[in-house]
Write a protein that binds this ligand. Sequence first.
Ligand SMILES: NC(=O)c1ccc[n+]([C@@H]2O[C@H](COP(=O)([O-])OP(=O)(O)OC[C@H]3O[C@@H](n4cnc5c(N)ncnc54)[C@H](OP(=O)(O)O)[C@@H]3O)[C@@H](O)[C@H]2O)c1
Length: 289
Amino acid sequence: MLGMQERHQAAQTEHHERQRTEQSQEPQAQWPAWIHRPIAVVKVWRHGAQRPTDQARQTVLPKLTHRRMPRTIAISGASGKTGYRVAEEVLQAGDQPRLLLQEHSLVPEQLQGCDQHRLRLGDAAALDAALQGVDALVIATGARPSIDLTTPLRVDAWGVEQQVRSCERVGVQRVVLVSSLCAGRWLHPLNLFGLILVWKRLGEQALERSRLEWTVIRPGGLSEREEQLEQEGIRYSGADQQDSASIPRRLVARCCLEALNTPASIGQIIEITSSCDLEPIAMAQALAR
Ligand SMILES: NC(=O)c1ccc[n+]([C@@H]2O[C@H](COP(=O)([O-])OP(=O)(O)OC[C@H]3O[C@@H](n4cnc5c(N)ncnc54)[C@H](OP(=O)(O)O)[C@@H]3O)[C@@H](O)[C@H]2O)c1
């Protein structure tokens, strides 16, 4: 014989069982698949990122951890043959390029929609405004061939220094400079064009003396070749180790982006040439050797 209390408990259990069975037979609200992710996001938001729901863990968090916020990367000399490729690589990486251009610079069709700032490098206020809020600057300016032999001094030395000073003023910490093999040499045929290699070294030194996180990329002779670059390896070396050989501009542009993503490249002068005979390796791997 069951006592009073036991009979009461048995009745309650039966009542709960019946309720559960009835609920499971009720038609369930079918949420469309697209609504699950926003709901999970809201749950994460409401409960705080420290306490994700299981659903959020499975659907939202893997995406959040794999996807970073797009960076804004300024490219000066973005109308040049290396500069526009840097901008393309920035887009390819899912970041936002900001093109720093001269008044008359021509921008390739595919970059027309990008954020553009037209200015003179000597105009400090305009340069500061153009660099405001960017995460990094890639300097791809360089003197174009000209009968004015002061152009390399004005672009490759003073022009770089003006950009460095502007980064310091507005707080852009990370800068990659495209310079050249043999920068700093006095005796070199390229110096027939206004001592360009001497002025390039002065530009590099402005960066080295700054408080910025800098990388100098010194490429060999630049080519326009775009074919079969995936199998082409890069010879990386420190300063003044290489003095010949070439590299396609596309690979230089990729190196600039790779430098931005390689902390070990900060404070380094990296010389690069390329060859199909070399195994492609990551910059970080080369720097660790
Ligand atoms: N050519 C080579 O074999 C070689 C080898 C090693 C290193 N480099 C160096 O690599 C870099 C890229 O070379 P590249 O041949 O790809 O460049 P590029 O096609 O000659 O382009 C030069 C860029 O610099 C800009 N620029 C020139 N004078 C300027 C000024 N006063 N103010 C602002 N911008 C100015 C140009 O703007 P505009 O379009 O308005 O003229 C252009 O965007 C350069 O520093 C170059 O010296 C070249």
